[in-house]
Every structure is written in C-alpha cells, then in structure tokens.
Ligand binder design. Structure first.
Ligand code: HEM
Length: 391
C-alpha cells in the first residue's frame, strides 16, 4: 500500500526510483495490482507488436468508457482495424486541421503583449481543443464545450484509479459534475451530428457521418479526438526548453519537437493487462498481472541515452547515432500505436513555428516548473512565460 501511496503522490518520482533498478523486468506492486516494468527496447517491441488480444488487453483503461461511451480506444480486433482504417485514417489525413492550426496559432500569438506573462499550458490547451473542434465541426467551441472537456480531463484520472468505474455513479459532487459535463458535451456533439446528417458541411463530422451510420460511434470518435490530443503538453514543454536554451534556434522545428517528446513525453506511461501467463524473454508474467511501459523511464534511461537528461536536438540530426528502436516511443508502436502521429508532428511544427516567429519567451518565475504526471505531463501550477517580440 505504501508504493500505491507514493505512486499516487508523485508518479514520475516513483518511476525515477525504478529506473535505478538494473533488472530487465522490474516488478512492483500498486496496492493489489502486480506490475512488471519493461526496461529493454526488445521487450517493449515484442509486447507492442503483439496483436494477440487476449492475452493482452487494455484492462482498467476500459473504465474510460464511462466518459467516452465506446470508440476506438475501447475496441479490439477486427472492429479496431475497421475503425482505424475507415473512420480515422481519412480524417487524420485531411489538410484542414493543419491549416486551422496555423490560423489559430497566429491569432493567439497576436493576442499577447510584450512583457505581459502568459500561462502557456492553459492557453495552449484551449488552443488545441479549439483547433480540434473547428476542424471537426467548422465552428468555434462554446465556453461550455471547453469547460466540459476540462471536466473530462479531470475525470480520466479518477476513472483509472481504484473504484473508478463505480465512482462514476456515486452521489459525490465530483461524479455528479462529471456526469453533467458529459451530458452537455454529448448534447453539443449530437446537435452537430444531426445537422450534418441533414445537410453536410465542409468539416470532419460531415465526412464521419458519411461513413458511419451509428451516431453513438460518431459521437465517441469525436470525443476521443478531443480527449486524446496531447499537443498542448508537447508545445508547452518545447517552448520551455527553447526558453532555457536560447542558443537553440528554430530553423528546423522537428528536432526540437522530437527532443521535447523525449524529455517530456506527454504519454509518460501506459500498460497492458495479461489474461493468461505471458512469456517474455525468459520471464513469465503471471495471469492477472500488468505489464508497465513507461516513456518517462525509457527516454531518460542512462543505459540507453548518453547524457540522458540533457536537452540536445542534435541527437535527431541525420546520421546521428541513436539507441535501438523502442528506446523512444512517444506515440507507442505496433498495431495500437497513435495513428495521429503524423498529424500531431505536423500540427506541433505549425504551431511552434507560428508562435516563435513572433515571440521569444523567458520563464516568468524563478523556480523551474515541476513536471507532474496527470493524464499527461503537466507543469505543476501551470507555466508562466514572458513573451518578447522578435526583432
Ligand atoms: C503529442 C501528441 C500525442 C501523443 C504523444 C500521443 C500519444 C499516444 C500514445 C502513446 C498512444 C497509445 C496508447 C496505448 O497504446 O495505450 C496513442 C493512441 C491514440 N492517440 Fe495519440 N498522441 C498524440 C496526439 C493525438 C492526437 C492529436 C489525436 C487525435 C487527433 C490522437 C488520437 C489517438 C487515439 C484515438 C489513440 C488510440 C489508438 C488506437 O487504439 O488504435 N493522439 N496516442
């Protein structure tokens, strides 16, 4: 129970502690849950490439069904492939989203003033939700939509915790607030679905309803698009790293983004549950246990990366020597990899370039931000930065 309390209080410090263990598979327990953290890139690859679900599954993650009500993340097997290929793929390749990202990032940059601190994490979260909503619906999100999305983000954490699924129905103020937020978000999405079924428009929901007759699945897909987007965390940390390293220029944003994804991976860890004994490189992971995979641990592993804690975009230069595959997996890998990977990289480039064309930043506070693990890696208390106009 002690480990569970330590993990709950500060997951990243807890994982830092496991990084010091030199076993290839590091066992640890979180309350009644027995976990096995994979350290070797080869083992990470074997598990992520494995399409045998069962014995692997997302297990506890299914509690997110309370918020999403179905959709890709909660689906396995042939239907998972169908949704990825038929529903998501054409939408993710649509050029509208990067164009909206560029226009909205320009507008955000134009709203800032020289020397007046901005809280970047919050501003960027609203920016990316607004880009998503506009790409999906052709409209700007109403304040109640943004508030409902924030409530959903908070709920993800307790839904994944002990009694998460049951807590949804409890007479607690937080549960009641989340249920109400879900009802408001669903109603806003349902209005768009009904309107686009009646009269298609130039947006992604129109393309979705052409392909999918089931309104519940269309709604869940829209919600997962909004809920899975981790770009605000990525761009926040990229801007922080650039502010701390004025010697790094942004001629090519890609190496900076890749290095930000290495040091502050928005998805800092995830897991697979095993429903039958699972053999992995001479170790048996018993039925009912959990395999833990952590980008936070692997990306900063000194056994894999030289000077692992140092921000060095030069690692991503063509021809630079890098550790083996799966020493780096910000978007996961294999059949359940983030299929929005390429869109996410493009959007991050577009937004970072637009913001940095106009401004450079310096931290407004003396103390460095404390990375804290929630659904993503958040700077505790936000990240206040002071913009300075580029000449
Ligand atoms: C920096 C940005 C992003 C990062 C680091 C990221 C990371 C990830 C990771 C690690 C997974 C796999 C999780 C697992 O296997 O359990 C994943 C899956 C997923 N991501 Fe992303 N993601 C990002 C942006 C986005 C965006 C912008 C979207 C939507 C447009 C998105 C939609 C999804 C969906 C729907 C899945 C589930 C895929 C499946 O089950 O087949 N992600 N993401």
């Amino acid at each position: 129970m002690l480990a569970l309390a330590r993990f709950g209080a500060d997951p990243l410090r807890f994982l830092d502690g496991l990084r010091g263990d030199d076993r290839d598979v590091v066992p640890f327990s979180l309350g009644p849950v027995h976990c096995h953290l994979l350290r070797r890139p080869e083992d990470l690859k074997a598990v992520l490439d494995d399409e045998d679900w069962p014995p692997l599954s997302r297990g506890r993650l299914m509690a997110l069904d309370r918020w999403y009500g179905g959709g890709l993340i909660l689906t396995e097997g042939a239907e998972h492939h169908r949704q990825r290929d038929e529903l998501w793929k054409p939408l993710l390749a649509d050029p509208r989203t990067p164009a909206i990202a560029a226009a909205r990032a320009e507008r955000l940059a134009a709203s800032w003033f020289e020397g007046a601190p901005v809280e970047l994490f919050g501003e960027l979260r609203t920016l990316f939700w607004s880009i998503d909503w506009e790409a999906l619906t052709g409209e700007a999100p109403a304040p109640e939509v943004l508030a409902a999305l924030a409530a959903g983000t908070d709920a993800m954490q307790w839904l994944l915790g002990p009694f998460g699924r049951a807590r949804w129905g409890w007479p607690l103020p937080s549960s009641a607030r989340t249920r109400a937020a879900r009802a408001r978000l669903d109603a806003a999405i349902d209005r768009v679905i009904a309107a686009r079924r009646a009269q298609p428009a130039d947006d992604l929901v129109s393309r979705l309803v052409e392909r999918e007759p089931d309104d519940d699945l269309v709604r869940a897909t829209v919600k997962q698009w909004l809920g899975a987007d981790q770009l605000h965390a990525l761009v926040t940390w990229a801007l922080y790293l650039l502010a701390r390293h004025p010697e790094v220029t942004l001629d090519d944003p890609r190496p900076v983004i890749k290095e930000a994804l290495r040091l502050y991976p928005p998805i800092w860890g995830f897991f697979r549950e095993v429903s039958a004994d699972y053999r992995l490189d001479g170790v048996t992971i018993p039925k009912g246990h959990v395999i833990a995979l952590s980008q936070w641990v692997t990306h900063r592993d000194p056994a894999l990366w030289s000077d692992a804690e140092r921000f060095d975009p030069g690692r991503w230069a063509d021809g630079a020597r890098r550790p083996p595959d799966l020493s780096y997996f910000p978007f996961s890998a294999g059949p359940y990899e983030c299929h929005a990977h390429h869109l996410a990289m493009t959007e991050a480039e577009v937004v970072l370039t637009a913001l940095c064309r106009r401004w450079s930043f310096r931290p407004a506070d003396e103390h460095p931000p404390q990375p804290t693990a929630t659904g993503t890696i958040v700077p505790k208390g936000g990240l206040r930065m002071v913009p300075t106009a580029r000449s």
